[in-house]
Design a protein around this ligand. Structure first.
Ligand code: C2E
Ligand code: MG
Ligand code: MG
Length: 689
């Protein structure tokens, strides 16, 4: 008995097979993206069901396409059984495709299993017709159909596995073509299987009355297509949502990181530090332990930023952050609060000396210097330390007190550390008052200058004067520069204040001249921040011209420490001053660490010996005298005049005169005088310019 094929149904079976294959490929890509989550299992189960239905219905449509000249029908239970087999086979296939690695052995074993499964489904489907007598199969075609099933499965598994990585190029086109190949292979297996079947003459279909074949065909085709399409749409939709969810969570991660970490140094930021200190307070309360907060900033960081640029500044901050991390133990927190402010929290402190040891270690580490963008830099921090519980029991008070202690460290000569003491709070309040006073001082006219005369060593004639600034504020009284200059230096206000000093000095010089007094040379002090102004010399020159004062009447004093900080730059600046007629003095000599080579290259006019050494003439006996005498000899050999500062006693004066000191300045000879008083001194004609 020979059957015929319904062309439309055969075509439909091919379409269904191709669509089922495409769905399988698409879902496998989806499952491969879901590493271990619960959704992976859901997709595996759902995908297996729809792929199984797809393959099964392809076969079933193929079976329906086969028309025998006798009434045909299908046993419901056996048909359902064949569908069950298809779903199981699909589940197995998807599992194999989406596994991380597919070895050749695994591929062969899986192909055999899957091929056998598909064949089992097919022949179970045949059995659902309950033919009597039973269908006879041509052994060669039967074997061929199983072989095709195994080979087709192998090819399908391999293609699907290689295409399961959704990130490759043109993955959609590749999947479409592969799906067509797989569809043809699966359909081919089916029709080979069908060809193997021999329906004996006079056979009858035992299930003929079970389900109507035409109705069944239409239902199965529509149902299958619907399922496959829904699965596809769901898979795509889910992929998009997952992609969206993925980027949202990545973005979220970035936002969280930005909110809690400093982007430049990758250290925890202020917010995170606050939280950690809060937690440390709770822990310390519970375990009755102590911890320390080390607050630090970099001395002269603003100068680096201003003179070398922000890129170098950033590199310095990063390098400092790394050094800090190398200094601390694993459990300690290092954070950057902003700018050049860093905080280290040292938990489970055994003794306050632990904090001291760490501070010393940090200072030592920084003494080695940094190499930033080929600039060898010496950047040192000042460190303030506050301890829990004695120095504060809240985040704010601990940080504030550590900051106050740091400020004291700066006042105490920088590059050092200080533990917080209650008295520092008063100093901090005072600092705030001074800051406030400085804000109003220039416009309010609260600054004035004093002039301290300098005298010739031998003759005792007036040699000139040094301009010394004072701040007289209505609320806080008169302040000496030692109190407010460091604060103005830190805030940058020293720059306009410095120009004011130049202009005011010029005005007095002009007034004295207008009053007919002999010309005199006045020395003006420069501070480090001013030295970093790129157009300092040009600006000063403009002021001096505007006030109509010859530049030879003005000398600038640069302290030794500042001059040596960046000696090559100092040389450049000194040259610029000298080219414009100004003279230069090296102030407070002996307090810094001079390199003689540089001292020679500065070619300054004067060397001012620090008060400390003048004092030592009386107090340190022979040794003190030897030092001063050596300095004077050195200066003379470098062709510089020597000025002794802080001459307070007659014996100091005598000794200095014996040592051929060129000029003297000190309370013994004259205290700093008002402009008027100094004008009177000039008037007496004691001056020799
Ligand atoms: P300096 O340049 O070394 O100035 C000398 C300081 O020693 C002055 O203090 C002066 O009053 C003081 N002095 C003078 N003779 C004696 C003495 O015999 N014994 C003692 N114990 N002290 C004496 P002053 O005016 O308080 O200034 C302190 C520092 O402030 C100055 O040290 C200088 O570095 C800085 N300064 C003063 N005026 C200015 C200014 O206009 N601009 C800048 N940037 N700094 C200034
Ligand atoms: Mg001076
Ligand atoms: Mg001095």
């Amino acid at each position: 008995m020979h059957g015929t094929y319904n062309f439309w149904l055969v075509a439909a079976s091919l379409v269904v097979a191709t669509l089922a294959s495409f769905t399988a490929l698409d879902i496998s890509g989806r499952i491969a993206m879901l590493a271990h989550s619960r959704t992976r299992h859901i997709w595996l189960a759902g995908g297996a069901a729809s792929m199984g239905i797809g393959i099964w219905s392809m076969h079933f449509i193929g079976v329906l396409a086969f028309e025998l000249p006798i009434p045909l029908g299908y046993d419901f239970k056996i048909t359902a059984g064949s569908l069950g087999i298809a779903v199981l086979v699909s589940f197995f296939a998807l599992h194999v495709i989406t596994s991380k690695r597919l070895t050749a052995r695994r591929l062969v074993a899986s192909s055999v299993l899957m091929g056998a499964g598909i064949a089992a489904m097919h022949y179970t489907g045949d059995a659902a017709m309950r033919m009597q007598p039973a269908i006879q199969y041509d052994p060669r075609l039967f074997a061929a159909s199983i072989a095709i099933a195994v080979v087709a499965s192998g090819a399908a598994l391999w293609i699907a596995h290689t295409l399961s990585d959704a990130k490759q190029m043109n993955v959609l086109a590749k999947r479409l073509v592969s799906a067509l190949v797989m569809g043809i292979a699966i359909t081919g297996m089916h029709y080979t299987g069908n060809a193997a079947a021999n329906f004996l003459p006079g056979s009858i279909c035992g299930a003929a009355n079970d389900v109507d074949a035409n109705w069944l065909a239409t239902t199965v085709v529509l149902f299958t297509l619907a399922i496959l399409i829904i699965t596809l749409v769901l898979s795509r939709f889910d992929a998009r949502t997952a992609l969206l969810a993925g980027s949202v969570s990545r973005l979220n991660g970035q936002i969280v990181r930005m909110a809690t970490f400093d982007t430049l140094t990758d250290l925890p930021n202020r917010r995170t530090m606050n939280e950690r200190i809060e937690r440390a307070i709770i822990n310390a309360k519970r375990s009755d332990s102590r911890f320390a907060i080390l607050f630090m900033d970099l001395d002269g960081f603003k100068t680096i930023n201003d003179s070398l640029g922000h890129t170098v500044g950033d590199e310095v901050l990063k390098a400092f952050a790394r050094r800090l991390q190398e200094c601390v133990r694993g459990g300690d927190t290092v954070a950057r609060l902003g700018g050049d402010e860093f905080v280290v929290m040292l938990e489970n402190l055994h003794a306050p000396t632990d904090a001291q040891t760490l501070a010393e270690r940090i200072l030592d580490a920084m003494k080695k210097g940094l190499l930033v963008s080929n600039h060898p830099l010496q950047v040192m921090p000042s460190i303030g330390i506050a301890l829990y519980p004695q120095d504060g029991d809240s985040v704010e008070s601990l940080l504030k007190h550590a900051d106050v202690a740091m400020y004291e460290a700066k006042r105490g000569g920088r590059s050092t550390y200080r533990f917080f003491e209650a008295s520092m709070n008063e100093a901090a309040v005072r600092t705030l008052q001074i800051q406030q006073a400085l804000h109003e001082a220039l416009n309010g006219g609260h600054f004035y200058l004093l002039f301290q005369p300098k005298f010739r060593g031998k003759s005792g004639e007036l040699a000139g004067a040094e301009a010394l600034i004072r701040l007289d504020h209505p609320d806080i009284g008169t302040l000496t520069p030692l109190e407010f200059i460091p604060i103005a230096e830190r805030s940058g206000q020293i720059v306009p204040i410095g120009y004011w000093v130049v202009r005011e000095t010029c005005r007095h010089l002009a007034r004295w001249r207008a009053e007919g007094r002999p010309p005199v040379k006045v020395a003006i002090n420069l501070s480090p921040r001013q030295m970093n102004e790129a157009d300092l010399v040009a600006n000063i020159l403009e002021i001096v011209h505007e006030e109509g004062v010859p530049s030879v009447q003005i000398m600038f004093e640069i302290t030794e420490t500042v001059a040596m900080q960046d000696a090559p730059r100092t040389i450049e600046m000194i040259r610029a001053f000298q080219e414009n007629g100004f003279e230069i003095a090296i102030d407070d000599f002996g307090t810094g660490y001079s390199s003689l080579a540089y001292l020679q290259r500065f070619r300054a006019k004067q060397l001012k010996i620090d008060r400390f050494f003048t004092n030592g003439l009386d107090e340190n006996g022979q040794e003190g005298r030897a030092i001063v005498s050596a300095i004077i000899a050195l200066a003379h050999s470098l062709d510089m005049d020597v000025v002794a500062e802080g001459v307070e006693t007659g014996s100091q004066l005598d000794r200095l005169q014996d040592m051929m000191c060129d000029e003297m300045q000190g309370f013994l000879l004259a205290v700093p005088l008002s402009a008027d008083a100094f004008g009177v001194m000039l008037e007496r004609g004691e001056v020799s310019a």
